[in-house]
Write a protein that binds this ligand. Structure first.
Ligand code: UDP
Length: 497
């Protein structure tokens, strides 16, 4: 005999949308996807995140809180093949690699998870899967199950449009020299770049080119795409992307400020350890005037060569402005350790600078009134977080599509000052030299943090975008409407299936 409760639960599960989320284990992809999962749960969807143990630890507390509030949200943990790829336990995220070899081992371990993922798709029988763009094979998994796959892209529409144009037209190949600029074909605005700024796998065909081609091709074969961006930020490129690719996309960002409302959530987002109650950086920032401090961070992955750290240290010191600098260290460089320790000590004494090692609570820091700008590597999440906080940026792109994002900030939105980075390289293939000298650093810091008309106008534009970022996620805003429309569409699709 079926009880009343069982019947009611069956009826509910029949109507309730059940969505699986598959994030790629690197903070720039995982953080926004976990937040998106929570957003779906808060809008009545039953959601499951699939990941490995060490990765789950970076966000599980937030999931537990949501669950205890009555949302249908859970994490499904699968084992990471640490032994098989020769890694110590707990090293399961791209950001954990401190050597190029480790990077290869972690990536290989992630690839090996495919069979376990597919088995879970079959077991859990979702109505839809939302998968990171790094898992192109999930298009076929969804087709086998007869359900939609949504492509989750963790960067801008703008960068995807540029990337699409470069892959299609290969404009950089017609130039005689690497210092000549080319114009990106097919964009509504004139955007110029030099060949070395193009992503490595797009500039010349190499072993990863095919992998990336498959990722982007999988977008066109998906039911649609999810973009953590917002209409008011890049509507022209949202439209261009939709008309070029001919698939649906939903613009639902900035997801982070939509979900991480209180300080505790902001502080502990994306990180295993809890933040101390009265962190030193907070006391230090509280002692500073409004908008007087520059926040310097190159994302979750980048590790700078020693010579570049030295140039940056001198540049920051000589700029005369206060700063908080997040440094991710490399293994075993004693020379570097002693230089940085000395520098940290000096900055503490003269109260000019504060160093945070390895991981900073970025959302909290950017929200602090003493922060007046950010030096960013142009990772998309950092850009959205800086824009949400209404801060202009010094742009210092390093790898992947970051040079494209720089163009959006500098040429389109006009809220960025370029430091003059010239070459697209991940930290594992960087040489020993400094790419940017201390004089250039001083120049851009003085320009951004000073009181010039140019800086005031950038600040004004950044504040306007911050207001738009707040409105778009409120009831009736573009992103809000897009999310609810998507959920309604997936529900009617479920009923019709
Ligand atoms: N992040 C952070 N603390 C750090 C470094 C990074 O909270 O010390 C977060 C940052 O706020 C952002 C993400 O990690 O949400 C990094 O993503 P992004 O796209 O900016 O760059 P990536 O790390 O992918 O290069």
């Amino acid at each position: 005999r079926t009880s009343y409760i069982e019947k009611a639960m069956k009826a509910q599960s029949h109507h309730q949308l059940n969505v699986l989320f598959l994030p790629y284990p690197t903070p720039g992809h995982m953080i926004p996807m976990v937040v998106t999962t929570r957003l779906f749960a808060k809008h009545g969807v039953s959601v499951t995140i699939i990941t490995t143990q060490a990765n789950a630890l970076t966000f599980q507390k937030a999931i537990d809180v949501d669950f205890s509030c009555g949302y249908h949200i859970r994490t499904q943990v699968i084992p990471f093949p640490a032994d098989q790829v020769g890694l110590p336990d707990g090293v399961e995220n791209i950001k954990d690699s401190t050597t190029p070899e480790m990077l290869g081992q972690i990536s290989h371990g992630i690839l090996m998870l495919k069979d376990q993922f597919e088995l879970l798709f079959q077991d859990l029988q979702p109505d839809c899967i939302v998968t990171d763009f790094c898992y192109p094979w999930t298009v076929e998994s969804a087709a086998k199950l007869g359900i939609p796959r949504l492509f989750f892209y963790s960067s801008s529409y703008f960068s995807n449009c540029v990337s699409h144009s470069i892959r299609k037209h290969r404009p950089h190949e017609s130039l005689v020299s690497d210092t000549h600029k080319f114009t990106i074909p097919g964009l509504p605005q004139r955007i110029e770049m030099t060949p070395p700024q193009v992503a490595e796998w797009e500039r010349t065909k190499n072993e990863t080119t095919g992998y990336f081609d498959a990722m982007f091709e999988s977008e066109t074969k998906s039911y649609g795409a999810l973009y953590n961006s917002f209409h008011e930020l890049e509507s022209v490129y949202e439209q261009l992307h939709q008309s070029t690719l001919g698939i649906k996309s939903w613009t639902i960002g900035p997801v982070s400020s939509w979900v991480n409302k209180d300080d505790r959530q902001k502080a502990n987002r994306g990180h295993k350890e809890d933040l101390e109650l009265e962190p030193q950086w907070l006391n230090w920032l509280n002692s500073k005037q409004n908008e007087s401090v520059l926040y310097v961070c190159f994302g979750s992955l980048m590790r700078l060569p020693h010579a570049q750290l030295v140039e940056l240290a001198h540049g920051l010191e000589h700029s005369g402005h206060s700063f908080i600098w997040v440094i991710r260290k490399k293994d075993g460089n004693e020379n570097e350790d002693s230089f940085l320790q000395e520098f940290e000590k000096k900055m503490k004494e003269n109260k000019k600078g504060f160093i945070i090692w390895n991981w900073a609570p970025q959302l909290l820091i950017l929200d602090h009134p003493a922060i007046g700008g950010m030096v960013t590597h142009c990772g998309w999440n950092s850009i959205l977080e800086s824009v949400s906080a209404g801060l202009p940026m010094i742009t210092w792109p390093m790898f992947a599509e970051q040079f494209y994002n720089e163009k959006l900030l500098v040429d389109v939105l006009k809220i960025g000052v370029p430091v003059g980075a010239k070459e697209n390289k991940f930290w594992t293939s960087l040489g020993e030299d400094a790419a940017v000298g201390r004089e250039e650093i001083v120049k851009v810091v003085v320009l951004l943090m000073g009181s010039s008309q140019e800086s005031k106008e950038m600040r004004k534009r950044a504040r306007k975008l911050s207001d738009a970022a707040k409105r778009t996620i409120e009831e009736g805003g573009h992103s809000y409407n897009n999310l609810t429309q998507l959920i309604d569409e997936l529900k009617s699709l479920k009923i019709s299936m």
